[in-house]
Design a protein around this ligand. Structure first.
Ligand code: DQA
Length: 146
């Protein structure tokens, strides 16, 4: 079965509590349920991982790559704008990566307008809330069959 990793970065464990006017009231666990349900419909296998630590995120990417995963959905949180190390990890594997942001980063502070990880990703979705992850999962599920 096609394997897809879902990687959420720093502070996303606080979804539902953290700035709900920006990120909404749903939690990371709600997101997990939505994506696990969707994965059954799409007949793909998802592995869900969140960390507040850059190195742990990088280790997970290599673990997925070595385990033969097809792709991943990443929301690197603020590391999007700062982490060359994460970018290097994404670009050094064959995993197809879709970058997702819950908020529309282009409507927000200027420092959020630069993504170091977007240029090594297949595409990015920003501002569609949790639906962005669902859309990314659909994309990856069908990208495999082309
Ligand atoms: C975010 C946007 C980032 O700028 C921010 O640092 C986050 C969340 C989003 O999902 O909208 O932590 O990635």
């Amino acid at each position: 079965m096609l394997k897809i990793g879902i990687l959420n970065g720093p502070n996303l464990n606080r979804l539902g509590i953290r700035e709900p006017e920006i990120y909404g009231y749903e939690t990371l666990n709600d997101l997990k349920h939505i994506l696990v349900d969707e994965s059954h419909r799409l007949d793909v296998d998802v592995d869900f991982f969140q960390s507040n630590h850059e190195g742990e995120m990088i280790d997970k990417i290599y673990e997925w790559a070595d385990a033969g995963f097809f792709g991943m959905i990443t929301n690197p949180g603020a590391y999007t704008h700062t982490s060359i190390a994460l970018r290097d990890a994404i670009s050094s594997t064959n995993l197809k990566n879709v970058e997702v942001h819950i908020s529309n980063v282009y409507k927000r502070e200027e420092f959020r307008h630069t993504s170091l990880t977007a240029p090594v990703s297949q595409g990015i979705i920003s501002g569609l809330g949790f639906y962005g992850y669902v859309a990314a999962l659909h994309y990856l599920a069908q990208a495999n069959h082309k």
